[in-house]
Design a protein around this ligand. Sequence first.
Ligand SMILES: Nc1ncnc2c1ncn2[C@@H]1O[C@H](COP(=O)(O)OP(=O)(O)OP(=O)(O)O)[C@@H](O)[C@H]1O
Ligand SMILES: [Mg+2]
Length: 255
Amino acid sequence: MELQLDNLCHAYNDVTVLDRISLRIASGKIVCIVGPSGCGKSTLLRLVGGLERASSGAVLQMGEPPADSINPLTYIFQDFALLPWRTVGGNVSLVLEDHGIQGERAEAIISDVLKRTKLTDFRKALPKQLSGGMKQRVAIARALAVKPAILLMDEPLSALDSQTRELLIDDLIALWVREQFTAIYVTHNLNEAVRLGHSIVVMSRRPGQVRAIVDIDKPLQQRQLGDADLELKQKELWDLMREEALAADQELIRV
Ligand SMILES: Nc1ncnc2c1ncn2[C@@H]1O[C@H](COP(=O)(O)OP(=O)(O)OP(=O)(O)O)[C@@H](O)[C@H]1O
Ligand SMILES: [Mg+2]
């Protein structure tokens, strides 16, 4: 499945947040979105996910989701959003129950996604017994359980320390190599963007517009930590963002 954003504009009351965003997210590609704080990245994801309606413009879904997809567009949030009284397995089964899936079919899906996210041994643990990285893996397992055609990720790793984040980047790459899902991945972290993005959209400060799109051809599985090509791309992104980030920062100080 692929997505096309066509001249999307959005305003809250009379404040324009997004201004004529046009983008194509091709099937099986990860598109990262970076930009200064408050430029409308989360708003953009909410519009794509249908949680809010754009003031104007359109979000088009093209192609059919795979036949076994339970929820074609699925979110992974930064704060995990796990139910504390449910076990790891229980948190995953919740999203299946929401879709009326129980019994053997649910069991097969739960054990498969826990295996893929390396959580099989923690199935009966409660969230409070898990590290931040493991909680985020439960959130990823829960998203994978509904076999999304498109994953929408809003800073999914930003609450984690850098080592844990590094491990989860590897996990996400391994999952993508297996599934080739389509994703929009919002991040503040340019290193994450160059590790995970097939292309990276740089947004201007509010009202957010597409300032530049930087493509990275190197296959995800060959992108190692400290790779010189990726560092160059990261610098290119920072050069594009620096002025906008500074201006956005000054704006925040003024209000
Ligand atoms: N529900 C809302 N009602 C009114 N204004 C909102 C609402 N949600 C967001 N905004 C405003 O819209 C702008 C964009 O917010 P958004 O959360 O999309 O930015 P962002 O790029 O995700 O920021 P960050 O990088 O800090 O997460 C901000 O100025 C914010 O204050
Ligand atoms: Mg945000």
